[in-house]
Ligand binder design. Structure first.
Ligand code: ZN
Length: 317
C-alpha cells in the first residue's frame, strides 16, 4: 500500500533580521528555540527552529533570516498563512498579549466552525491562532513567558493560494492521502487521518492572481511527517509516478528529507519524525549553542565568523 503523510512536520519561512525574529518568537509567542543552526545549503545563514518544550514533530516553525532579500510578493503557488493550535478559551489571553506587545492582529473569524485570530509577525509573515481541543502530542516549555495553559500546541494547518486547484488537489488526494473535508468562502479544506489539528491544508483557487514570490515574510516550504525512511522513499516513488520531480533523500541529521514542488509551484518537503532534535543536545540545553551537522563541524570557525551575533532575549525573572 502507498504510504500517506501524517500531518505537518514543520514549516520553514523567511525572516528579516535574525535578532528581531528570535525576540518575537521567544518573548512574544513563548516558543522555545530548540535549535540554533545554519542553512545547510547556505552556511552563512542561520536556521532557527522554534517549537514546544522539546521540539515535538508538528510544533516546529523554522526560519532562514535573509534581511537583504526584500519583502515577499503575495500570489499563487505560495503558502499564504500558517495556523497554530491553541487551547479553547485562550484567544482573549492572546488578544491582550498582542495588544500589549504591539503585534498587528485582525478580528476573530469563524472558519469551519473554528475561532481563528489572524496576525502577522514583525516581518509580515501571515499567521493565525485557532482554538482547538484535539488531542495532540505537546510538551510545555517551562521557561516560556506564556503560561502552559495558553502555550501554542503546535502547527494546526497551512493555507495556500493556487492558480489552478485541480492538479494540487489530485496530488493531495491521490498521492499524499488527503481527503476533501469541505469548502467555505472559497477555501477548500483537505485533511489527513481525519483532519484533526496539525493534519489540515486549505487551498483557495485564484485563477486571475499572479504568481507569488519568496521574500521576507513568506513561507519557504511546508514539511509533511513521515514515520521513517522506508515510508518516505515509498512515497517519493509515488510522487515520481505522478510526474513530479522530488530530490533524492537528503540527510538533515535531525531528520531525513525529500523536497519537491507541488503542481502549483509551492515547495513541499517530506521529513521523517526521527531521530529528532535531542540527537546532539540534551533536552535541557536545546538551542543554547550553534549546532552544526557533523560534516560541517570542521568549518565551525569560518561559519561562526560569517554569522551575525544573536542574543537570547531576556524573559521575565
Ligand atoms: Zn524543512
Amino acid at each position: 500500500m502507498t504510504p500517506s503523510v501524517h500531518g505537518i512536520h514543520h514549516v520553514t519561512a523567511i525572516a528579516g533580521d535574525a535578532q528581531e525574529n528570535l525576540n518575537f518568537y521567544v518573548r512574544v509567542m513563548g516558543m522555545r528555540l530548540v535549535k540554533k543552526s545554519i542553512n545547510q545549503d547556505v552556511p552563512d545563514t542561520y536556521h532557527l527552529f522554534y517549537a514546544d518544550g522539546v521540539g515535538t514533530p508538528g510544533t516546529d516553525l523554522t526560519f532562514f533570516p535573509w534581511p537583504e532579500m526584500g519583502p515577499a510578493k503575495l500570489g499563487t503557488g505560495l503558502t499564504v498563512e500558517v495556523l497554530f493550535a491553541i487551547p479553547k478559551g485562550s484567544l482573549s489571553y492572546w488578544q491582550e498579549r498582542f495588544e500589549k506587545e504591539g503585534v498587528v492582529f485582525g478580528k476573530i473569524e469563524t472558519r469551519f466552525d473554528e475561532k481563528t485570530l489572524p496576525f502577522k509577525d514583525p516581518h509580515g509573515l501571515p499567521l493565525a491562532l485557532v482554538e482547538m481541543d484535539d488531542e495532540r502530542k505537546f510538551v510545555p516549555w517551562k521557561g516560556s513567558p506564556v503560561p502552559t495553559e495558553y502555550q501554542l500546541r503546535g502547527l494546526n494547518a497551512v493555507r495556500l493560494w493556487e492558480r489552478d486547484l485541480k492538479p494540487t488537489e489530485k496530488l493531495l488526494t491521490e498521492v499524499m492521502g488527503f481527503e476533501h473535508l469541505g469548502t467555505e468562502e472559497g477555501w477548500h479544506r483537505y485533511g489527513i487521518e481525519g483532519g484533526t489539528s496539525g493534519k489540515i491544508i486549505e487551498i483557495k483557487e485564484l485563477p486571475e492572481e499572479q504568481r507569488g514570490r519568496w521574500g521576507t515574510g513568506s513561507v519557504h516550504h511546508v514539511a509533511w511527517r513521515m514515520k521513517d525512511s522506508d515510508e518516505e522513499i515509498a512515497l517519493r516513488n509515488s510522487i515520481i509516478e505522478a510526474g513530479l520531480k522530488p530530490t533524492q533523500q537528503i540527510d538533515r541529521f535531525w531528520f531525513k528529507s525529500v523536497y519537491f514542488r507541488e503542481p502549483g509551484g509551492a515547495l513541499f518537503e517530506l521529513a521523517t519524525d526521527g531521530p529528532g532534535f535531542s540527537l546532539d543536545e540534551e533536552t535541557e540545553h536545546l538551542g543554547e549553542q550553534l549546532v552544526l551537522p557533523p560534516w560541517l563541524e570542521p568549518r565551525r570557525k569560518e561559519i561562526e565568523a560569517a554569522l551575525p551575533s544573536l542574543e537570547m532575549p531576556r524573559l521575565r525573572a
